[in-house]
Structure formats: structure tokens, C-alpha cells
Ligand binder design. Structure first.
Ligand code: SF4
Length: 432
């Protein structure tokens, strides 16, 4: 049995880079340093795999050659009037860059999973920016950590031990030197280990953020209770925030996808800005998919916009709500779709899935999912971070090289190569 050391985990936005993978006869036999999520991913990486490209004929998916699948995908996308593309958060930056080129070539819309998670965070940050830093600085310096509407012990299990309350930093060495505050609608696993748990009424984040701002600025709160939290408790927490040396606010989709949406983020940014009049305070969204930050970064470099980019006018346009893929599908406007490393059929709104099932879908993904069942063309790929290498961005925007651990099954190529083949085919069809 051999060991591959310093492997980067391709699961959540923490991108833990200290995994040790045990390999026996070309297969993964064990994982050291991983959390339950990463161990499950590595030990089951080969389940539900698709081994051959498939094209739908007479209503059934039939195995075919890679060349035929690529040709069919190229035809469908090139001949569509308004194709859309979605996914991109579970693949490499190199693949994302090629996908943007492809969708620009066919004059379609390209969107990533931000549209269903931290899109409102991005919109809030557009307004005024946000003070942030790396996870390394938080590990070394933060003495007060807030998780707002986020439950990292279940969604990002090593976040606390690698980067926050339980991390051994340069200047903060133990749990006793850090205060943990959790704001959530229920007592989550993370709330159980918090020093202060603030149980907020569902959908009242905006109200509580406003009340905290009021208290932080030394103004009097008139209400006895805001969002289900007593005035004394709000004032006590405001005192804690002001008196820390280095504070950080992490927020999850519980803040972005509830009433208020990007206005919640706007207000959270304002709170952190107010706190910087007294102390050092930063903030960071808890990004889920391991390369969703990379998707936002590459989209922005190449088009100027982080998601929901529409090339149908011949130049990039961005107007979430109008140019987001979910909205386009709900309105029934798209006439073909390219899905990469995602399963929208299992989590998009019902009307969007209904339309997706009516139009030709090209799916590039290693596994069989609900989206496979409605796809016209399916091209399986090798897995980034396990079978192929590439680049991904950690939740704090630090680019990290993902290692290859084992060889992919015969015939499976990385996403970036498949996308390049489709793009080249489209260009050849157009004579250029
Ligand atoms: S916390 Fe996230 S990146 Fe780290 S090992 Fe667990 S699943 Fe992987």
C-alpha cells in the first residue's frame, strides 16, 4: 500500500490540503486527516460512475463513442438560439475558462451554482465591497468568531479545527482564547459548542442585524425584544463585538436565501464596517462547493461578472433575475442546455426542471444523477482532485493546486479536454 500526502480534498470550500490517501492496487483504500464528508467521498468515488459516453436514441440512452457524443453535443449547442449552461463549481478553473469561451462562441448564457447559494452575497458585496482576509489570518489572530445562519460542524466539518475556534494559531493557541457566537434559527451542532447562542426567529435576520448596529453605535434600543432576542442579550453581544481584538463574521445561505436576501448582506457589511471604528473585524461567506469561489473568480476575469452572464447580444450582460439560468428556464426561454459537474434536476425549482426536461441537455459529469435521466448527450469525465489535477479556489479566494491521486478509468478525460473538443468541433462546423 502506498501513501499520497498533502492531498487537497475536493468536497467543500475549506479545501483542506493535508489529507493522506492510501492507495492499494490503483484504488483508494483509506483516508487520513479527512472528515466524515471527505472520507465518504474518497471511499465511494467510484459509485454510480458512468463509464462510457451516451446519446439518446428513440428515447433511450445508448452507449456510443466519445467522438459521436462530442459531435452531437456540438450540433445541439451550435444550432440552439438561446442555449444556457450551468454548474461549474465542482470542476477546475481551467475547465471553467474553456466553458466560458464555449458559451461565448454559441452566444448563450453561462451561470454557476452561486445563483442558488451565495448569489445575494455577491450582490451585497457589489454595493460597497467587504472587509475580508485569508483563513490563515483568522487562524492566527481571530479571538471572536461568529457563524451566522451557518452550521459548519455539519457542512464544513474541519472549519472550526483548521481555521477558527479550535485551531492552534500563532497568536491564538487554544479554545480558551477565542469566543464563539452562533446565530441561527435552531440549536445546531455548531450552536452546541458555542459560548453564545442567539436563537433568532426565522426570516428576522435583517431586524437583528439592525438592532446590533444600533447597539454597537451606542444608541438605545426601544424594543424589549428584536427577532425573538431580548434587548439585554443584544447589548451584551454588541459589547463583545466591540471589545474583541480581531473578529470575524462567517455567514451561510441561511442569511442569503431568506427574506431580505442581498439586503441582509448589505446590512451585515454595514455592521462590520461600524465595528471597524472600534476594532479589527472581517467577514467571509461560507462557500459550499469546493470551487464555487473559483467559478466566480474565472467568470469575473473573463467576462467582468461573477455569475449569470449572457452572451446573446455578442457581449457579456449581467442582470441576476433576468440573466440567471434558473429564471431563464422558469420563463421557458432556453432551447438547449450544457450542464457541467452539477445536478440541477434534483435541486432547481420545479418549473425550471420541467423546462429542462423538454429541451436537449448535454451533461458532462462523472456520475449518474437525476439530470442524467433527462439528458440527450452524456459524457463522463475523470474526477478533479482524485483522478486528474487542476486549480480550485478556497473560500477565502486562495488558489490551490488539486493533486491527482490515482489513474482514471480507461477512456475518461478531464472536463477541460471534453469542453475543448466540443468547442473545437463547433468552430470547425462554422468553418473557423
Ligand atoms: S472540511 Fe471540507 S475540505 Fe476539509 S476534509 Fe472535510 S469536506 Fe474536505
Amino acid at each position: 500500500m502506498s501513501e499520497v500526502r498533502d492531498v487537497v480534498c475536493p468536497f467543500c470550500g475549506c479545501l483542506c490540503d493535508d489529507l493522506v490517501i492510501l492507495v492499494e492496487e490503483g484504488k483508494i483504500a483509506g483516508v487520513k486527516n479527512g472528515c466524515a464528508l471527505s472520507i465518504t467521498k474518497y471511499l465511494n468515488y467510484n459509485r454510480e460512475r458512468i463509464s462510457k459516453p451516451m446519446v439518446r436514441k428513440n428515447g433511450e440512452l445508448e452507449e456510443t463513442s466519445l467522438e459521436e457524443a462530442v459531435n452531437r453535443a456540438a450540433e445541439l449547442l451550435a444550432n440552439a438560439d438561446y442555449p444556457v449552461s450551468y454548474g461549474w463549481s465542482n470542476t477546475s478553473c481551467e475547465a471553467i475558462a474553456t466553458g466560458i469561451e464555449l458559451m461565448e462562441e454559441v452566444g448563450g448564457v453561462i451561470d454557476n451554482t452561486s445563483v442558488v447559494c451565495h448569489g445575494p452575497s455577491v450582490l451585497g458585496v457589489h454595493e460597497v465591497g467587504h472587509p475580508t482576509c485569508t483563513l490563515g489570518e483568522i487562524k492566527n489572530r481571530a479571538d471572536l468568531i461568529i457563524y451566522w445562519a451557518s452550521n459548519p460542524l455539519q457542512s464544513h466539518p474541519r472549519h472550526l479545527s483548521r481555521y477558527t475556534v479550535m485551531a492552534r494559531g500563532k497568536f491564538r493557541k487554544s479554545r480558551d482564547e477565542r469566543t464563539l457566537i452562533v446565530v441561527d434559527v435552531r440549536k445546531t451542532y455548531t450552536a452546541r459548542v458555542a459560548d453564545y447562542f442567539i436563537q433568532i426567529q426565522p426570516g428576522k435576520d435583517y431586524e437583528l442585524l439592525s438592532a446590533l448596529r444600533t447597539a454597537v453605535r451606542g444608541e438605545e434600543l426601544e424594543q424589549e425584544e428584536v427577532a425573538g432576542v431580548k434587548r439585554e442579550h443584544i447589548e451584551e453581544v454588541a459589547d463583545l463585538l466591540i471589545s474583541c481584538e480581531f473578529g470575524v463574521l462567517f455567514w451561510g445561505v441561511g442569511l442569503t436565501m431568506t427574506g431580505g436576501k442581498y439586503r441582509n448582506i448589505d446590512l451585515a457589511i454595514s455592521l462590520v464596517r461600524d465595528l471597524n471604528a472600534y476594532t479589527k473585524f472581517v467577514m467571509m461567506p461560507m462557500r459550499g462547493h469546493y470551487n464555487v469561489v473559483g467559478a466566480n473568480a474565472v467568470f469575473t476575469w473573463q467576462t467582468g461578472y461573477p455569475y449569470a452572464v449572457d452572451f446573446s447580444h455578442g457581449y457579456p450582460r449581467y442582470n441576476p433575475g433576468e440573466t440567471s439560468v434558473t429564471d431563464i428556464l422558469v420563463r421557458g426561454e432556453a432551447d438547449a442546455a450544457l450542464i457541467v459537474a452539477s445536478d440541477p434536476a434534483s435541486n432547481f425549482p420545479r418549473k425550471a426542471v420541467e423546462h429542462l426536461s423538454r429541451i436537449p441537455v448535454v451533461l458532462i459529469d462523472p456520475r449518474w444523477t437525476s439530470t442524467t435521466d433527462i439528458a440527450e448527450v452524456v459524457i463522463p469525465t475523470a474526477m478533479l482532485g482524485i483522478e486528474v489535477e487542476g486549480t480550485a479556489y478556497r473560500m477565502d479566494g486562495v488558489p490551490i493546486h488539486m493533486k491527482k491521486v490515482i489513474n482514471p478509468p480507461d477512456g475518461l478525460k478531464p472536463d477541460v479536454e471534453i469542453l475543448r473538443m466540443i468547442l473545437d468541433r463547433i468552430r470547425a462546423m462554422r468553418g473557423g
